[in-house]
Design a protein around this ligand. Structure first.
Ligand code: GSH
Length: 408
């Protein structure tokens, strides 16, 4: 019994020591303090009960003591979980604080995927993902130009986010359970609903992915694409040989020069690559979509405030389209009596406080970057060379699945 008591005292001493050097916020510290106090008081009762049991050695005394020991063990469990779930904060600056101090946000983008993130002829980054980085900068810093773009390959992207090299990753990246958990990142939403497809040479006479038996398939490593490809063919017992490349450039080049019969990636990217061919009609994008590829911005798991800023920047762009508020009309909308519009542009609550931002943060997103539709059409839609239709990326009112939770 003495051993049990010593053991539990040792554990609580250890957690006392640890609580002095962790990063818990005020609420978590209060919870931890109250659990520690409870443990201490129970330990005192336990010690008294143990002494009494040694003197009387009754059954009820032993049962009482066992109940107390169980209670101590359960509280210690709660204490451990309170400590591990306590968010990172206040000994090191939050992502928002660091970004404000630096004067810009660090945005991880692709090494160059037209429509999503690629440098134009003047060397300026553009695309749907790039504009989302700009929207977050407008929300957080008040200026959409305050972004440092950091091009990342498929293999580098998650390490760059985990290590703090980038503040957010907006890089045609698919939201999956594994990435959301094991990789220590959180996806803040979906800015493009995609799916995986195949592309073949038009003269190959192939009209469907099921006709790819025995084919060589060019694919980029470190992607969901590689995994879906294996699932699709293995499940259907179709033989294939993956030809795996580390970069997009090599993958496309492999397909162009005939290293493989088909190329597979997100369908949006296939349309981009098709347009980059000397004769786009010489290749055919097959009709099948073999997976869901919801692409979205991801942040590290250690900063809920930053997660919320990124999530609600995206929600703001979607709501703005929903409510008919654009970069052009947003100033006029300041006169609106519509409570939804007034909340959207921060004239009425909940405003910016909960996110640690100025009250005009959402106005700046819409004014400087625009609503979701403006950004989509400019980068991948009808005003861009890609001419991607809205399809599932239309808002829920227009038959798509773009939908944001209430801004109130
Ligand atoms: N959405 C998939 C695939 C993303 C991906 O990286 N696709 C390649 C093929 S188009 C790409 O964007 N390459 C550009 C680059 O490597 O910078 C994922 O998240 O794994």
């Amino acid at each position: 019994m003495k051993q049990t008591i010593q053991f539990s005292i040792a554990i609580s001493t250890l957690v006392f020591v640890l609580s002095g050097c962790d990063n818990s916020n005020v609420q978590d510290k209060e919870l931890i303090k109250s659990l520690e106090a409870k443990i201490q008081s129970l330990e005192q009762q336990l010690e008294q009960s143990a002494q009494a049991t040694e003197l009387t050695s009754t059954d009820s005394g032993a049962a009482n003591q066992k109940a107390l020991e169980d209670k101590v063990a359960s509280l210690e469990k709660q204490l451990a979980s309170a400590k591990t779930s306590a968010p990172a904060s206040k000994n090191h600056p939050s992502t928002l604080e660091s970004a404000k101090k630096l004067g810009y946000i660090k945005c991880g983008v692709s090494t160059g995927l037209v429509g999503f993130s690629s440098p134009n002829a003047k060397g300026e980054w553009e695309g749907l993902d790039v504009e989302f980085c700009q929207a977050v900068a407008a929300a957080a810093i008040g200026d959409k130009t305050k972004v440092k773009y950091i091009p990342l390959t498929t293999k580098e992207r998650f390490t760059a986010l985990q290590s703090g090299e980038v503040d957010l990753l907006v890089r045609n990246t698919t939201w999956t359970l594994h990435r959301d958990t094991a990789l220590g990142v959180n996806f803040a939403g979906i800015n493009y609903y995609d799916g995986q497809g195949f592309m073949v040479k038009a003269d190959a006479g192939i009209k469907s992915a099921t006709e790819l038996d025995g084919a060589t398939v060019c694919v980029q490593s470190g992607t969901t694409t590689e995994l879906n490809l294996a699932d699709y063919f293995r499940f259907r017992e179709i033989k294939y040989t993956p030809i795996v490349f580390d970069t997009e450039e090599e993958t496309v080049e492999g397909f162009k020069t005939g290293s493989c019969k088909a190329m597979t990636t997100d369908q949006s990217a296939l349309y981009v690559h098709r347009l980059s061919m000397e004769n786009p009609d010489s290749v055919l994008v097959l009709p099948e979509l073999i997976s869901k590829e919801p692409l979205g911005p991801a942040v590290r798991q250690d900063d809920n405030q930053w997660f919320n800023i990124v999530r609600w920047t995206l929600n703001t762009m979607i709501h703005a389209e929903d409510l008919g508020v654009s970069s052009i009309s947003v100033d006029d909308m300041k006169k609106s009596n519509d409570p939804n519009i007034r909340r959207l542009i921060g004239l009425d609550g909940p405003k910016g406080k909960g996110l640690g931002l100025n009250d005009d943060w959402s106005y700046q997103v819409i004014k400087q970057v625009g609503n979701y539709s403006e950004s989509f059409e400019r980068t991948v839609g009808m005003s861009s060379p890609l001419k991607v239709e809205r399809g599932v990326n239309a808002t829920w009112r227009d038959g798509g699945i773009m939908y944001a939770p209430p801004l109130r």
